[in-house]
Design a protein around this ligand. Structure first.
Ligand SMILES: Cc1cc2nc3c(=O)[nH]c(=O)nc-3n(C[C@H](O)[C@H](O)[C@H](O)COP(=O)(O)OP(=O)(O)OC[C@H]3O[C@@H](n4cnc5c(N)ncnc54)[C@H](O)[C@@H]3O)c2cc1C
Length: 633
C-alpha cells in the first residue's frame, strides 16, 4: 500500500532529475590544490600512482590518497542530495527487510518501487535510460541500501554491479544500445555466471564451453553454473565459457575463456529452484544451465579469449560498492547498539557507562570510519580516472566485510539476549553478512592477491636492481637510491620519508606511526622477496601476514587523509575524527610492528608455521580431531 502511494511520485522525481539532459555525465577532474601533492614519490613518470603499490616498495606515493578526494562538482552534489532523501524514505517506509527475509524473496512492491526509482540502472548513462551516476554517487546510494536490506542490495548488486557491468565496461555500441535501456529500467534483470561446481576461486578452471559454428555466426554454449545471484530471475546473463582460440604466431589451438551476453530467450537456458541459504535469503540464488544455447557471435563481450580479463575487471570495478554498502550496514547497526547501550540499565547504571561497552562502541565506530573512508577513497580514485586501484579495491572489500561482521557481532553482544531475538533484526544482518567474506573473491584469495600483486611490483624493482648491478654506471640513480634506502634501513636510520607535508599537524604523531610502520613493512617485503624469490607465491603463511599489514597500512593512510581534511576545513566532527584516526593508527601501527618483527626475525614464527602445516596434515589424515576426549572414551 505504502509503495503504491509513494513510489510513482519518487519515480517521477528521479526520472526528471535522472534522465534530464542538463546533468553532467562525466566528471571533470580537477587536480587537488596545494603544493603538498606527490612530495615524496620519486622515479619515472610511468610509475604507479597507487599508494598500495608504493607501500610494498617503501614509498609514500601520495597522489591518490592526499588530500582526501572531493570529486563531485556542485551540480553532481546537488543531484545526489536530491536522490538521497527519496531513496532513504523508500527504504524506511516501503521496503520490509524482515518480510523479504521470511518470504525468501524481495516483495513485489519493493521490486516495482525500485524500478520506478531508477535503482536498476544507477550507472547506466542517461541517454540509455539510466540515472548516469559516477562511482562516488553510486557509493552513496548503495550505502543507503546497505543500511536497510542486504538481500535487496544483492539483488540490485548482482544485476548492475556484476550482472551487466561487463556490457557497460566492455560492450560495443550496439550491445549497449540493445541491452542497457531495458536493464536500466528493470524490465530485464541481469546475472553474472562464472562459478561452476568444480570451479570457484580457481575461476580459470571453468568447463562450460562455447564452440564456434563453422559459419562463424554463432557459438554453441553448454555447461552449468552454480550459486548464481538472480539466476532464477534473470533474462540477460554475462556468461564465461571456454572457447578454442588459435595462436596467430604458432597456429596452436588453446582453450581460453570468453565472455558472452546470453539471453534467456535464445532457448536452452534453464535454472534450478532457489537455494536455501543462511542469509541474504531475499536474494535469489540458483543454478543456471546452458544446453546447446546458440549465442550469436556479436554477443561476445570484449575479445574472444579475453574473458578472464573481463571477469576480473568487472569484479575489481565493483568492490568499492561492497565496502560502501557495508559502511551503511555498520552505520545502521551502530545506531541500534547505541540506542540499547543508552537505554538499558543494569547494576543501577546505563550500560554505556561501563568501560567494556565503551570500548566496544568505540571500536565499532573506528571500523565504520575506516570502511567508509576506504569506500569513498576508492570510488573517488576511480572517478578521477585512476587505473591502478586494484589492491586498494580488494583491501576495501576485505576490510569492509570483516569490519561489518565484527560490528554486528558486537552489537548483538551489547544488546545481550535481545540481540539474539529476531525482532530487532540484528541476527538477520549477521546472517546476511557472512557471505560477503566469501563471494566476489573470498577474503583469503583476495589477501593472496593483495600480497602477491604488491610483491610482484616490488619484485620487478628488485630484478631491476639486479640488472642495475650489472651496469652500475648506466643505473647510478637507481643504485644510489636503492642502496641508500637499504643501507639506511639496515642501519635503523629510517628512510627519511614523512607525511607531515600532507597531513594536518594535529595528526603528526599518527603520521609518524604510519611512516614507521610502512618502513618496517617494506623492509620485510624486501627481505622475504630476496629470500624466497618467485617461491614467495607458495609462502602463504608469510603472504597472509603481509596482506594483513598492507590492509592496516592502507587503513591508516585513508583515515589520516580524511581526518586531515576535516581538521583543515574545520568540520564540526573534526576532533572526533582525530580521535578515531589516532586510535586506529596507534593500534594498527602496533599490529604491523609486531607482525613484521615476528616475520623478520622471530625463530618461533618458523616453528609456528611448521606446526600449522603438520597439525593440519594430521587432521586431514585422521579425518578430524587427532586427540581423543580427555576422559579417554
Ligand atoms: C549466496 C551466493 C551467491 C553467489 N553469487 C554468485 C554469482 O552471482 N555469480 C557467480 O559466478 N558466483 C556466485 N557465487 C559463488 C562465489 O563467488 C563462490 O562461492 C566463491 O568464489 C568461492 O568459491 P567456492 O565456494 O567454490 O570456494 P572454493 O574456491 O572451493 O574455496 C574454498 C576455500 O578454500 C580457499 N581457497 C581456495 N583456493 C585457495 C588457495 N589457492 N589458497 C588458499 N586458500 C584457497 C577459499 O578461500 C575458501 O576458504 C555465489 C555464492 C554464494 C554462496
Amino acid at each position: 500500500m505504502q509503495a503504491a502511494r509513494m513510489a510513482p511520485s519518487v519515480g517521477r522525481q528521479l526520472q526528471r532529475l535522472g534522465v534530464g539532459s542538463s546533468r553532467p555525465r562525466a566528471l571533470v577532474w580537477q587536480p587537488p590544490p596545494g603544493p603538498a601533492r606527490r612530495p615524496y614519490a620519486s622515479g619515472a613518470a610511468q610509475e604507479s600512482k597507487s599508494f598500495a603499490v608504493g607501500m610494498f616498495k617503501g614509498q609514500l606515493t601520495t597522489d591518490q590518497v592526499f588530500p582526501y578526494p572531493s570529486v563531485l562538482n556542485e551540480e553532481q552534489t546537488q543531484f545526489l542530495k536530491e536522490l538521497v532523501g527519496p531513496v532513504s524514505r523508500f527504504f524506511e517506509e516501503v521496503n520490509d527487510p524482515a518480510k523479504n527475509d521470511m518470504m525468501e524473496k524481495v516483495e513485489e512492491t519493493t521490486m516495482q518501487g525500485l524500478k520506478e526509482l531508477g535503482a536498476f540502472g544507477l550507472q547506466v548513462p542517461s541517454e540509455l535510460g539510466g540515472v548516469g551516476l559516477c562511482n562516488t554517487q553510486y557509493a552513496r546510494l548503495v550505502e543507503i541500501v546497505g543500511t536497510h536490506d542486504l538481500g535487496v542490495g544483492i539483488t540490485l548488486g548482482a544485476h548492475q554491479s556484476i550482472g551487466f557491468k561487463g556490457i557497460l565496461l566492455f560492450g560495443t555500441k550496439a550491445q549497449k544500445e540493445k541491452y542497457l535501456p531495458k536493464l536500466a529500467s528493470g524490465e530485464t534483470i541481469a546475472a553474472f555466471c562464472l562459478t561452476e561446481p568444480s570451479s570457484g576461486s580457481d575461476a580459470a578452471s571453468i568447463r562450460t564451453s562455447a564452440v564456434p559454428s563453422p559459419c562463424g555466426k554463432y557459438y554453441t554454449l553448454n555447461g552449468s553454473k552454480i550459486w548464481i545471484s538472480n539466476g532464477g530471475l534473470a533474462d540477460v546473463f554475462t556468461v564465461f565459457a571456454k572457447t578454442p582460440v588459435t595462436d596467430a604466431a604458432t597456429g596452436a589451438v588453446k582453450e581460453k575463456i570468453t565472455a558472452f551476453v546470453v539471453e534467456r530467450s535464445f532457448g536452452g537456458v534453464t535454472h534450478g529452484p532457489p537455494e536455501k541459504k543462511m542469509g541474504i535469503k531475499a536474494s535469489n540464488t540458483a543454478e543456471v544451465y546452458f544446453d546447446g544455447v546458440r549465442v550469436p557471435s556479436e554477443n561476445v563481450l570484449g575479445k574472444v579469449g579475453g574473458g578472464f580479463k573481463v571477469a576480473m575487471h568487472i569484479l575489481n570495478n565493483g568492490r568499492f560498492g561492497m565496502a560502501a554498502a557495508l559502511a551503511g550496514t555498520m552505520r545502521g547497526i551502530i545506531a541500534k547498539a547505541v540506542d540499547h547501550a543508552a537505554n538499558r540499565t543494569q547494576f543501577g547504571e546505563k550500560i554505556h557507562n561501563f568501560g567494556l561497552i565503551q570500548e566496544k562502541l568505540a571500536r565499532m565506530a573506528m571500523l565504520q570510519y575506516v570502511t567508509e573512508s576506504m569506500a569513498y577513497m576508492v570510488s573517488a580514485n576511480m572517478d578521477q580516472g585512476a587505473t591502478d586501484f586494484q589492491i586498494e579495491a580488494a583491501i576495501s572489500k576485505i576490510f569492509g566485510s570483516e569490519a561489518a561482521w565484527k560490528v554486528t557481532d558486537e552489537c548483538i553482544q551489547i544488546m545481550g539476549g535481545m540481540g539474539f531475538m529476531k525482532e530487532p533484526g540484528v541476527e538477520r544482518v549477521l546472517r546476511d553478512l557472512r557471505i560477503f567474506r566469501i563471494f566476489e573473491g573470498t577474503n583469503d584469495i583476495l589477501r593472496l592477491f593483495v600480497a602477491l600483486q604488491g610483491c610482484m611490483d616490488k619484485g620487478k624493482e628488485l630484478s631491476g636492481l639486479g640488472s642495475a648491478l650489472k651496469n652500475p654506471f648506466g643505473n647510478a640513480g637507481l643504485l644510489l637510491g636503492e642502496a641508500g634506502k637499504q643501507l639506511r634501513r639496515r642501519a635503523g636510520l629510517g628512510s627519511g620519508l614523512s607525511l607531515s607535508a600532507v597531513i594536518h599537524q594535529e595528526l603528526n604523531r599518527s603520521g609518524e606511526l604510519t611512516v614507521k610502520a610502512l618502513e618496517q613493512f617494506a623492509a620485510v617485503v624486501e627481505a622475504k622477496l630476496i629470500k624466497h624469490k618467485k617461491g614467495i607465491v607458495n609462502e602463504q603463511f608469510v603472504l597472509q601476514r603481509l596482506a594483513d599489514s598492507a590492509i592496516d597500512l592502507y587503513a591508516m593512510v585513508v583515515v589520516l587523509s580524511r581526518a586531515s581534511r576535516s581538521l583543515s576545513e574545520g568540520h564540526p566532527t573534526a576532533q572526533h575524527e582525530k580521535m578515531l584516526c589516532d586510535s586506529w593508527c596507534i593500534e594498527a601501527a602496533a599490529r604491523v610492528r609486531e607482525n613484521m618483527a615476528a616475520l623478520q626475525s622471530d625463530p618461533q614464527q618458523q616453528e609456528l608455521f611448521r606446526n600449522f602445516k603438520s597439525i593440519s596434515t594430521a587432521l586431514v589424515e585422521r579425518g578430524g580431531m587427532v586427540t581423543s576426549n580427555p576422559l579417554g572414551f
